[in-house]
Write a protein that binds this ligand. Structure first.
Ligand SMILES: Nc1ncnc2c1ncn2[C@@H]1O[C@H](COP(=O)(O)OP(=O)(O)OP(=O)(O)O)[C@@H](O)[C@H]1O
Length: 270
């Protein structure tokens, strides 16, 4: 179980994550949804200790990330297209990472197989397509066979076959009882993949709960997640950060915050 409580991050004078609270449960895929610039990546970075919060906590089964004894085995993360040395092969990148965490070459071979990189693993990573780099990042996240997976826009750069692949991978992980938190601004894709939804804009929680509840509570009868999202945020998911995001948040915050914050204050999304 992931518990994010009152998480806050400031960048200069802007509050990019604003007292954000939500949970993500094992056995479920939780979609972390928001327009561009909503604060999804900033939140995910704080969740794995890459950025220090100005306030609030993130706990995994009650334990803060910094206190996890074997972090790579407990939380795997794909945060952005990993910076991999372009002259290094995918396999040697994974082996180096594995070694620093006392993970053997056998697991490296397994994640290469699992992510469809077999055949390309000896090629220099500099020659990889964006989709292959995404697969390499996912392979790295899987090295420790973690119980929690955090994925920041994992379908970016993937072709349709890759999109289906990552969707079924996430479903399988959740089916195994893992906790999967996946950020996205693609509502049609999210609707096919997630069980639960956390919607944010301007760093604030707008709504959280099971997918069907969010759709039925915020879209017209028979409506879609996309419609619920637009109503909550006041704009389409892929508008650029800036005027649109600001206006959207103001419009959507009233209705959404009450339901979302209430749910998170109870400490559960279900
Ligand atoms: N290092 C930084 N310095 C200054 N501002 C930052 C920094 N990182 C993020 N921001 C700002 O914080 C806000 C949230 O950005 P973030 O990348 O977390 O949003 P996001 O929801 O992941 O958006 P996207 O879908 O576009 O990646 C944006 O306004 C962004 O410009």
């Amino acid at each position: 179980m992931i518990d994010v409580t009152e998480l806050t991050k400031r960048q200069g004078r802007a509050t990019v994550v604003d007292a954000l609270s939500f949970t993500a449960a094992p056995g479920r895929v939780t979609g972390f949804l928001g327009p561009n610039g909503a604060g999804k990546s900033s939140t995910l970075r704080m969740m794995v200790g890459l950025d220090r919060p100005d306030g609030g906590t993130v706990r995994y089964d009650g334990v803060p990330y910094e206190r996890l004894r074997r972090p790579l085995h407990e939380v795997g993360a794909l945060l952005e297209t990993e910076s991999v040395h372009p002259g290094r092969s995918g396999r040697s990148h994974l082996r180096a990472l594995a070694r620093t965490h006392r993970i053997g070459d056998r697991r490296v071979a397994e994640v290469i197989e699992l992510t469809g990189l077999a055949g390309a693993e000896r090629r220099r990573a500099g020659t990889y397509s964006l989709g292959m780099r995404q697969r390499l990042g996912i392979a790295a996240a899987l090295l420790g066979d973690p119980a929690v997976l955090l994925l920041d826009e994992p379908v970016n750069g993937l072709d349709p076959e890759g999109v289906v692949w990552i969707r079924s991978l996430m479903r399988r992980w959740a089916g195994d009882g893992r906790t999967v938190l996946v950020s996205s601004h693609l509502m049609a894709e999210a609707a096919l993949t997630v069980d639960d939804v956390v919607v944010i804009a301007r760093g604030r929680l707008l709504a959280a709960g099971p997918l069907e509840e969010i759709v039925s509570g915020h879209a017209s009868p028979g409506g879609s997640l996309e419609e619920a999202f637009i109503r909550l945020t006041g704009g389409p998911a892929d508008h650029s950060a800036g005027a649109g995001a600001g206006a959207g948040t103001t419009a959507g915050a009233g209705a959404g915050t009450a339901a979302g914050a209430g749910r998170s204050e109870r400490g559960s999304t279900r």
